[in-house]
Design a protein around this ligand. Structure first.
Ligand code: ADP
Length: 483
């Protein structure tokens, strides 16, 4: 702790008065011999060193030496020394006084340091408690700045959060012009010291996430570092909590969307089933229908199918987004599954060659039969939709490394390289205009999510201009990897 000059002068004067008082007592009041006087001076000097410090006690030592020489060493009343032995006594006295002063002063400083460290530890503990108990309804930054000012007795505190670019203040001194400095320190990561102002970067994992300005604080370097670490943890905690809240809100909103869509889908499906039944029966049971009416009913029939598919896909999508897809895995024979899926397309393929080629002895995969069929149906349906009428469609299944890959190949326009990722996005559809084949842009998204939920993937291969090749890869359980 630094002492103000006026106080120092007063203390020196008081020390000199004490030396004068000892001299007076030992010389006039109770006359004593030189040895006793020497001890009395030493005691006084020790008391000064223990109470005030080295400067005061050193000056008192010199004054005491002069008085000792003048009043107690023969010839008394003069500064000269007759007996050379007394020179030794005089210097021994001065040396003892100075060494004792120094030791006593060091002891005092160490005690003060220990007290200071204990106080800082208590303050840091109080701050960590306050940070843990922050009120979530208020900004953590402003609470932290206020606590730092109160706990560390710091008149000016400003805390800068680089993520939100906000500055929080605590203490009576508003540090009005500090914002620029705070931002500079937060960007550069270097501390700025101009007593009584101190601005330090708040680092987390070596990266600056803000800065802290303290005005008039007397914290040690160690305590300051601990304080900065505590503030970094507080800011990071808020961020983690915010992210968790956002994720929770997003999950809840997805769940809500999925439940709502489920409900809407149910409401849609009932009338759609009735419309479909009516149109189908009109088409098959009313031979007297005029061609014009027949065409109109056929449109109703087709559009009902489309709406049905739309509703089913929207529900599926929301289930995927809400993480609601549950796999009912079983051990599946891929060739048999493919045969069933292709059988479903035979009436729809309108005589188009739909060739399936599953390599013999394919290992079984562990998958949800219904969901996997849905994904494969989607690929074959697209191949039929997006390739010229009459062109062949090929479905090949083979073991490639540690997975079974099912490739669906068509002779359509293919997918340009730059769109091979985007095509799996929700609602993404290629092309535009009237001649666009009807669809929702959800089919590939759903198919890929189904494969990924199985631990596999869906991707595109083949050269553009040679048709499309969609590849669905499924992992093979370890025990089934030998062909
Ligand atoms: P939808 O078929 O309902 O539009 P998808 O997600 O199944 O939605 O497909 C997204 C887009 O990818 C389609 O709009 C289409 O442009 C393109 N696409 C899908 N499969 C093929 C294919 N086999 N050949 C060419 N383009 C395709």
């Amino acid at each position: 702790m630094r002492v103000r000059p006026a106080v120092l002068v007063l203390r020196i004067a008081a020390s000199l008065v004490l030396v004068a008082a000892i001299t007076f007592i030992c010389f006039r009041v109770i006359p004593v011999n030189a040895t006793t006087a020497g001890f009395a001076y030493l005691l006084g000097i020790l008391a000064i060193a223990a109470t005030w410090g080295l400067i005061e006690s050193s000056i008192a030592s010199v004054a005491a030496m002069l008085c000792f020489n003048f009043f107690f060493l023969p010839p008394v009343g003069m500064f000269t020394i007759a007996d050379p032995q007394n020179w030794v006594a005089l210097f021994a006295f001065l040396a003892t006084a100075l060494v004792a002063s120094h030791l006593s002063d060091r002891e005092k400083k160490q005690a003060e340091e220990a007290k200071g460290r204990q106080r800082e530890t208590e303050q840091l503990y109080a701050l960590s408690r306050a940070i843990l108990l922050t009120d979530p309804s208020q900004s953590v930054g402003s609470q932290a700045a206020r606590h730092i000012s109160e706990i560390f007795d710091c008149p000016g505190v400003a805390l800068y959060d680089a993520k939100t670019s906000e500055v929080f203040r605590g203490g009576p001194d508003d540090l009005l012009d500090i914002e620029g400095k705070l931002k500079q320190v937060a960007v550069q990561g270097n501390n700025f010291v101009e007593p009584p102002l101190f601005v330090a970067a708040i680092l987390l994992g070596g990266k600056p996430i803000g800065s802290l300005a303290l005005k008039g604080s007397s914290l040690s370097d160690g305590a300051l570092q601990a304080l900065l670490n505590l503030v970094a943890i507080a800011l990071e905690r808020v961020r983690t909590e915010e992210a968790a809240n956002r994720a929770d809100a997003a999950r809840q909103s997805e769940e809500f969307k999925s439940t709502l869509l489920d409900a809407i889908a149910h409401e849609f499906k009932t009338p759609l089933t009735s419309i479909k039944a009516a149109s189908t029966s009109l088409l098959s049971d009313s031979p007297a229908l005029s061609p014009q009416f027949r065409e109109l009913v056929a449109i109703i029939d087709e559009e009902t199918d489309r709406m049905n598919q739309l509703v089913t896909e929207a529900v599926r999508m929301s289930q995927i987004d809400a993480g609601k897809i549950r796999l009912e895995r079983e051990s599946l024979d891929v060739a048999a599954l493919l045969a069933r899926v292709v059988e479903h397309f035979e009436p729809l393929a309108a005589g188009r060659p739909l060739r399936v080629n599953a390599s013999p002895n394919l290992p079984r995969v562990s998958a949800d039969a219904e969901l996997l069929s849905l994904a494969l149906r989607q690929l074959i349906d697209n191949a039929l939709k997006y390739s010229p009428p009459g062109s062949p469609i090929g479905v090949v299944a083979d073991l490639e490394g540690d997975r079974v890959v099912i490739r669906v190949h068509d002779r359509g326009p293919g997918i340009p390289q730059r769109e091979r990722e985007r095509i799996f996005d929700k609602f993404y559809r290629r092309g535009s205009g009237k001649d666009r084949v009807p669809g929702t842009g959800l089919g590939l998204y759903i198919a890929r999510e189904i494969l990924r939920t199985h631990g596999g993937d869906l991707w595109i291969e083949g050269e553009p201009g040679e048709g499309s090749e969609f590849c669905a890869g499924l992992p093979v359980p370890k025990e089934g990897r030998t062909k």
